[in-house]
Design a protein around this ligand. Structure first.
Ligand code: AMP
Ligand code: MN
Ligand code: MN
Length: 326
C-alpha cells in the first residue's frame, strides 16, 4: 500500500539530490506556478541545480513572478537525481512532457507534492495533503523542513499560489494553515500588492470584451440550479484574446444567486470542450468531474469531454443527474 509521506520524508529525498527537474500541471494556474517557482527558487538557494518545466506557457498574469521567464518546456537530455511533481493530481496532468515518453521517468525517484484528494500517490514519496489550501502552502512547509532560504521573491511566488487557490481567502480552501502560512510569507517580504493586481485585476482590453461575450451568453437551468457559459474559438478570434484569459469568469458566475453550480464550457483548438466547474459549498462538483474522466476539488473541478457544445452540455447534465436524482 502506498501511503502519504511527511514533509520530512520528502525533504530527506530532496536533500540528497543535486540535480532536480520540477514539473507542474497543464493549463497551469496560480498554484501550479507559485508552487513550482517557490520550490525551484528555494532549492536553487540551497545550491541545487533545478530545471522547472511546464507543458503549457506561463499565463500573462503570472509573468511578473521572478523566474517565470526561465520556465522551460523540454526535458534535459540526462535524467535528474529526482523529479518533483507539484500540484499534479496524476502523472498525466503534466501533459506531453510526461505522456510523450513516460519511460524517461522510470528508475528516477519522484517527489509528489500535492493537495488534490484524487491524487493516486504515484510518487516515490507522496507529500500529499487533501486538506491543505494549496500545493504552495505545502511547498512552504517543505522548504522550511529543508532549511532552504526563502527570499522575498520566493515568498511572493508561494503566496501567489495560496491567494490563487483560496480565491483571495474567500473560498473553502481558506484554512488556518493558509492564513498562518500567508502571514509568514508576508513577514518574509511577499509582495501582496502585485499579487492582487496581476491575479485579479489586470486584464487586457480584449479579455474584458471576451468576458462580456461569455457572460452575455449565460443560460440558467432553473431545475438543476446550474449556470452554463460557453467560450468558443470564434469568440477568441473575434476579440483577439487567449483561452487563459477566461481565468476568473467561472468564479465570477458562482455569484449568480439563482444557481449553485457553474459549468463553463471552453472549446479547445481541436474541438474538444474543457469544462471548469465551480459550486457553492452544498454541492460537490469533483464527483461529476471525476465521473467524466477529470478531477479536482469539491468546489472547483474540471474535465475535458467531446464537443460540440450541445453534446457536452448533454453529457454534463446526465452526469449531474446521476449524482443528484430528481
Ligand atoms: P480549472 O477549472 O481548470 O481551474 O480546474 C479546477 C480544478 O480542477 C483545479 O484544481 C484543477 O487542478 C482540477 N482539474 C481540472 N481538470 C482536471 C482533470 N482533467 N483532472 C484532474 N483535475 C483536474
Ligand atoms: Mn492547480
Ligand atoms: Mn492547487
Amino acid at each position: 500500500v502506498i501511503e502519504t509521506s511527511t514533509a520530512a520524508e520528502a525533504a530527506a529525498l530532496l536533500a540528497t539530490a543535486s540535480r532536480i527537474v520540477l514539473l507542474s500541471h497543464v493549463n497551469p494556474d496560480a498554484d501550479a506556478i507559485g508552487s513550482a517557482l517557490g520550490l525551484s527558487r528555494g532549492l536553487q538557494a540551497m545550491g541545487k541545480s533545478v530545471v522547472t518545466l511546464l507543458t503549457d506557457p506561463v499565463p500573462e498574469y503570472a509573468r511578473f513572478l521572478r523566474g517565470a521567464d526561465a520556465i522551460g518546456s523540454t526535458l534535459p537530455a540526462d535524467p535528474p537525481d529526482v523529479y518533483v511533481f507539484a500540484d499534479a493530481a496524476g502523472f498525466d496532468r503534466v501533459g506531453s512532457l510526461y505522456t510523450d515518453d513516460p519511460s524517461r521517468f522510470e528508475g528516477v525517484p519522484i517527489v509528489n507534492v500535492d493537495h488534490h484528494r484524487t491524487n493516486p500517490m504515484f510518487g516515490t514519496v507522496n507529500f500529499v495533503a487533501g486538506d491543505a489550501s494549496s500545493t504552495s502552502e505545502l511547498s512552504y512547509h517543505l522548504l522550511r523542513e529543508l532549511g532552504a532560504p526563502i527570499d522575498a521573491d520566493t515568498a511572493t511566488a508561494l503566496l501567489f499560489g495560496i491567494v490563487g487557490d483560496t480565491g483571495s481567502f474567500r473560498n473553502a480552501a481558506t484554512t488556518p494553515g493558509a492564513l498562518a502560512t500567508a502571514a509568514h510569507l508576508l513577514e518574509l517580504g511577499a509582495d501582496t500588492q502585485s499579487i492582487a493586481f496581476y491575479l485579479f485585476e489586470c486584464k487586457t482590453f480584449a479579455a474584458a470584451r471576451l468576458w462580456g461575450r461569455i457572460v452575455g451568453g449565460i443560460e440558467l437551468d432553473r431545475e438543476r440550479y446550474i449556470v452554463f457559459a460557453c467560450m468558443s474559438q470564434e469568440m477568441l478570434r473575434a476579440e483577439g484574446a487567449t483561452a487563459d484569459e477566461t481565468e476568473g469568469v467561472a468564479e465570477y458566475l458562482r455569484g449568480v444567486a439563482e444557481a449553485e453550480v457553474v459549468m463553463l464550457l471552453k472549446e479547445t483548438e481541436d474541438g474538444e470542450i474543457r469544462i471548469s466547474m465551480r459550486s457553492r459549498p452544498e454541492v460537490d462538483v469533483s464527483v461529476i468531474a471525476t465521473a467524466l474522466g477529470g478531477g479536482g476539488h469539491r468546489q472547483a473541478a474540471g474535465c475535458t469531454i467531446a464537443g460540440p457544445f450541445e453534446h457536452a452540455k448533454k453529457t454534463l447534465i446526465e452526469a449531474y443527474d446521476s449524482f443528484h436524482p430528481q
